[in-house]
Design a protein around this ligand. Structure first.
Ligand code: GLN
Length: 490
């Protein structure tokens, strides 16, 4: 039998349905790939026994011609999603051996659609990072390497998800995106990822980072695969008051809509000093591809873009500091006993949180404190409104935007970790979609001069993932990106 780990999710689901192979067979093939890829450190927890049990159950359903949208497909779960009886760490020491007694809405929906869950994927601690270097469980290594062979970061915070998908250890993986954590790792690993509209997917049971920005989505190897996965992840949930009670369109069908007659906006502000010229060239190439496919190109301006990153790095830590207040060593997670209650809180939190998380808590409490609230937090909220208004003005002229996903390709492990501001600059083109709540997708389109993948981003109107999928699929088709990382890890 040919290597089942090389299939797309779409092809695997078709093969399972027509019984070309069983779920147990394709699951075993992926378990083997996960074991061989252990040095990439993509998984925090593997759950192979339960995966094989789920696969057997899927095979029984498939034999009867039954089964859901993901029936029998081995997938990975970012370790930010609570999974019943399976350790959930959020990449942090503070959660200790936390085994949730409940399932996140998203993972529950995917399970009822027949997913086979291989395990929980590594991430930056509490999803705070752009390189997957802040995880308590160690850095994830990008399967891609340049000529010099130095280990590269896979991006973050969904670095484990992106690596597992790029290295064919699963057919697709869940991820989350607060400021770019789906799209930036996708760009760094030659994979595809969509952050849907804020409210499209339920956040119930997803460990909170910054609640007004957090949104889940898939990382996959093709645009169609992302559409298939999102179909199972999306939907209204009474348990999340911010989830939107709207119908979920047929995302996979939207991939075939084409871009004829679509107006694609090019925001002139999406460039920065020091950005490699080849990213600019690639952007121009992307414009040409969409034009050739029948889209009309229009120039637009998003004048407040330059304030997005500072606003994000105030709003996100502010919300994080409040969300992380619950980790006090009392109800769950690690406790370090002290002299009295406060001392216990302090010791538990000082020991349990890593450096980046502590930094965010300090920034967050500072910008929310009396005297600084107006100067920082309130100001950032005003900027956020301006950014949303910029997009609204752009939508008068166009139906979607095309931009680079990131200002660089993957960088070396350790290169930016001691310089938070340089690290934060990575998110310059992705945070705007979170601040405005818009759907945005990264599509791998090319390799740079060092042989590393680069992505382009499509941003759409709120709740218009269909146009995002259509434009992304057109880009994917034109780019015909088929490069694969050399399998040095196996
Ligand atoms: N890199 C950004 C941060 O560190 C975004 C993280 C995310 O989207 N979860 O805040």
């Amino acid at each position: 039998m040919s290597d089942l780990t090389q299939l797309t999710l779409e092809a695997a689901l078709a093969g399972l349905k027509s019984k070309d192979f069983s779920s147990v067979e394709i699951t075993k093939a992926h378990i083997e790939a996960c074991e061989k890829g252990a040095k990439l450190n993509a998984f925090i927890t593997t759950d192979y026994d339960n995966a094989l049990k789920s696969a057997e159950a899927s095979d029984a359903r498939l034999a009867k011609g039954e089964g859901g949208n993901l029936e029998g497909a081995p997938l990975g779960m970012k370790d930010l999603f609570c999974t019943e009886n399976v350790r959930t760490t959020a990449g942090s020491k503070i959660l200790g051996d936390f085994k949730p007694q409940y399932e996140s809405t998203i993972s529950a929906q995917m399970k009822s659609d027949g997913m086979v869950m291989l395990g929980k994927l590594n991430l930056d601690e509490f999803a705070m990072g752009s390189a997957n270097e802040t995880s308590h469980f160690g850095s994830v290594i990008n399967p891609w390497k340049a000529e010099d062979g130095i280990d590269l970061v896979p991006g973050g915070s969904s670095g484990g998800s992106a690596t597992a998908v790029a290295a064919n250890m699963c057919l697709g993986a869940t991820a989350t995106d607060t400021g770019g954590s789906i799209r930036q790792p996708a760009s760094f690993t030659g994979t595809t990822g969509i952050k849907p509209t804020y409210g499209r997917c339920s956040r119930w049971g997803v460990v909170a980072f910054a609640s007004s920005l957090d949104q889940a989505g898939p990382i996959t190897r093709t645009v169609k695969d992302a559409a298939i996965m999102l179909q199972s992840m999306a939907g209204y949930d009474v348990k999340d008051s911010t989830s939107l009670n709207v119908a979920v369109p047929d995302f996979a069908a939207a991939c075939d809509n084409g871009v004829k007659g679509l107006r694609i906006g090019i925001p002139k502000e999406y460039t920065m000093d020091g950005m490699p010229a080849e990213i600019e060239t690639l952007w121009q190439q992307g414009i040409k591809w969409l034009q050739d496919a029948g889209a009309e190109i229009v120039n637009v301006s998003l004048p407040h873009t330059k304030y997005a990153l500072p606003a994000y790095y105030i709003v996100a830590p502010a919300e994080a500091s409040s969300n992380l207040a619950r980790y006090d060593g009392m109800r769950y997670g690690n406790r370090v006993d002290g002299e009295n209650l406060y001392d216990t809180y302090e010791r538990s939190r000082a020991e349990g949180f890593g450096e980046e998380v502590r930094r965010r808590i300090m920034i967050g409490t500072y910008v929310l404190s009396a005297g600084y609230y107006d100067a920082y937090y309130l100001q950032a909220q005003k900027v956020r409104t301006r950014i949303a208004e910029d997009f609204n003005a752009a939508w008068e002229k166009c139906d979607a935007l095309l931009t680079p996903t990131c200002p660089s390709a993957a960088f070396a492990v350790g290169r930016k970790i001691d310089d938070p501001v340089t690290m934060y600059l990575n998110d310059i083109f992705t945070v705007t979609a979170n601040l405005a709540g818009l759907p945005a997708m990264s599509v791998p389109v090319s390799l740079d001069k060092d042989g590393l993948p680069l992505g382009l981003q499509i941003i759409g109107r709120a709740l218009d993932e269909e146009t995002v999928f259509a434009a992304s699929a057109a880009l994917e088709k034109a780019a015909n990106f088929t490069a694969k990382p050399k399998k040095w890890w196996a």
